[in-house]
Design a protein around this ligand. Sequence first.
Ligand code: TXA
Ligand code: MG
Length: 361
Amino acid sequence: MKTIALKMDQENIDYNKIMIAGAVIKAGGLVAFPTETVYGLGGDALNPTSSTKIYSAKGRPSDNPLIIHIAKIEDLDKIADEISEVAYQLARAFWPGPLTMVFRKKAIVPKETTGGLDTVAVRMPNHKVAIAFIKEAGGYVAAPSANVSGKPSPTLARHVIADMDGKIDMIIDSGAVEIGLESTIIDLSEPGKAPMILRPGYITKKMLEEVVGEIDTDPTIGNYENVIDLEHQGSEKLIPKAPGMKYKHYAPRAELMIVKGTQENVITYINAQAEAKCRGGKKIGVIATEETFMRYLVDVVKNVGARDDEEAIAKHLYAVLREFDDLDVDFIYSEEFETPRIGQAIMNRLIRAAGHQIVRV
Ligand code: TXA
Ligand code: MG
């Protein structure tokens, strides 16, 4: 299949191109498109064949459900059941934006889209191109992140091309995304219970609680050592409620290790380890910050931004992980990013990219 790339600026939407992209979705094809979080791989959410195609383009396990993207709050009611007042409050406060809500699904939503579940995840992205495209595509676009399963999510169109060229019909290229981490997911499928965060993201627990009061968090989040990947899945461990959170994810090809400790200890440890590995003929990379990157004596050092600029760290993380792949790095060390607001989301992704390898020094 030849994949067509269309360029489009958020501030200058080309409705002819949007109509072409919408027609591809209505005909059962796949179109990758930008959102404010990461690029999505879109198909008609109400067409089971389209969802099946998404799984095969990504190489994604079929028990891992897709998020349905809508363009207006009024469209929620057609696909979601038992929508509580709390859900509407959250939708009014955070949509369009990086918040995904899980509801009981209506019969119109095929099981192929929800990975066999009776619930459905829905979000309205804050991106003008995405909104125009979703409307033109019929209003319900199922879209996981547009990466091959297991790889870092795409934050640039070129990441999508690297993973999806020849496998999908079209890519809408609107340049770099704004946020760079996937949406916060919150479970509202049991209206009697407090809403529960299933995946941390840009919208934090505190921001949600300011709108609707008490929010729970899936106990597998933040409990870093207990987050599971498939290899380590054991009956005694907690299983995350968002099926995707149990898979190893966001991973570069190289082995990745996170190093925790005081700045001086971290730098000394990484330089010593890197030197030993280098002598063994390995190519070493480091994920560092503005404050530290000059101090590493290794093959490739990536500066993700200043330590207190968590937006920059979130935005650059996935691109940096992919750059190490392009440079054939064998082993990556990363500093830890315990930033105050979205630090939990950043570390949740990084720890899973590292397959839970963390060393304290
Ligand atoms: O920011 C985002 O959310 C991006 C953009 C493209 O919108 N999308 C995204 O999709 O990250 P994906 O497929 O890569 O991750 C979706 C996550 C998975 O962990 C999946 O298990 C979970 O959402 N999920 C989807 N439907 C669910 C449901 N009904 N119940 C629980 N978890 C669900
Ligand atoms: Mg994903």
